[in-house]
Design a protein around this ligand. Structure first.
Ligand code: MG
Length: 324
């Protein structure tokens, strides 16, 4: 398991040094330590590159972040790091028997991958996308700045997503709030809804002959057995999936799906705001701003209206009711 202040040190080749500087340029720090030529900070990791070629990763995600690069075969690990994954297949891929630099630190394998957004947001739909990313798209996507959507600003997502949607075979499903709340009332839980949506999107993309033969990756949201159990009543179930945690960080098709999903989610929330004539911008997440906004809506439009725009089973609903 990751420790809080883990340090992983690699010795980087010149080629890797260039890649590091390019890959992390948007997170670069203005000040670098003595003898360092580059330093960057991601959410949970500080990356420092020294004149000597020493490449240091520090922080909670030091293992994951460095594993991406050590898998490229452009670095000698001075301190070995390991990546935990959910299947032997994924583990083998991460060990990287054959890696090419063009995947920009992602797995260098053609894949179909799916990811969802909106499950942590009180307002707005749940959106799932599956994408097929063949090897020949890797360098284009990395050049476009494809990263884990959580590391990208919404502005950047609005730039990148339409290009991905135009050039990458994908399928998106949107579960609107009314349907979501109806399903909840029928006793269908969120993970069942997600499993159905992933399965449906993957199924559509896998109709493509080229996609059919690729690795299929789902950003894991629960154990494999539970995922398949949720699909017991479905007519057709995609099997042979590799379930990976933080897959949007490791697999380009999942990263693409996460960016497209986030983009569609943002569009849907905006459309909802316009459709219902809501003056203020609908806040995302499930924090205090959401409660305050929800309380205003409840006062103005009543409880039935909330059903059209919110996921009612969230604890926010009770909080909002208690506020007015
Ligand atoms: Mg996910």
């Amino acid at each position: 398991m990751s420790q809080t202040n883990l340090t992983v040190v690699l010795k980087a080749t010149n080629e890797l040094q260039k890649k590091i500087i390019d890959f992390y340029k948007e997170e670069a720090l203005d000040k670098v330590p003595p003898y360092a030529i580059f330093s960057a900070k991601t959410d949970d990791c500080v990356i420092t590159l020294y004149q000597s070629g020493k490449l240091m990763f520090q922080g909670k995600r030091a293992e994951e972040e460095s594993a991406i690069w050590s898998s490229l075969g452009l670095a000698d690990a001075q301190k070995k790091s390991s990546v935990k994954s959910e299947s032997g297949q994924a583990k083998a891929l991460l060990a990287g028997e054959k890696t090419k630099s063009q995947a920009g630190g992602f797995l260098d394998t053609t894949s179909v991958g799916s990811d969802e957004v909106g499950t942590g947001d009180y307002f707005g739909p749940v959106v799932v996308t599956a994408s097929f990313v063949p090897e020949e798209k890797f360098s284009w996507m990395v050049g476009l700045g494809v990263r884990d959507s959580k590391k990208l600003t919404d502005e950047k997502i609005r730039q990148i997503a339409p290009k991905l949607m135009e050039n990458i075979l994908h399928k998106t499903q949107v579960l609107d709030n009314d349907t979501y709340n109806d399903l909840r009332d029928e006793g269908v839980n969120l993970n069942v809804m997600k499993a159905r949506m992933h399965n449906a999107c993957l199924g559509e993309v896998l109709k493509n002959d080229e996609a059919k033969t690729s690795l299929v990756v789902v950003d894991q949201f629960e154990p494999e057995a539970a995922y398949y159990r949720h699909l017991n009543d479905q007519q057709s179930v995609i099997s042979g999936i590799t379930f990976m945690t933080k897959a949007e960080d490791k697999c380009l098709s999942v990263a693409a799906s996460s960016i497209i999903s986030r983009y569609v989610f943002l569009q849907e929330v905006k459309a909802m705001q316009e459709k219902y004539g809501l003056k203020e911008e609908i806040p995302l997440g499930a924090g205090a701003g959401v409660d305050a906004y929800g309380a205003e809506i409840l006062k103005e439009r009543g409880e039935d209206f909330l059903r059209h725009i919110a996921k009612l089973h969230f604890a926010n609903t009770e909080k909002i009711k208690s506020m007015i």
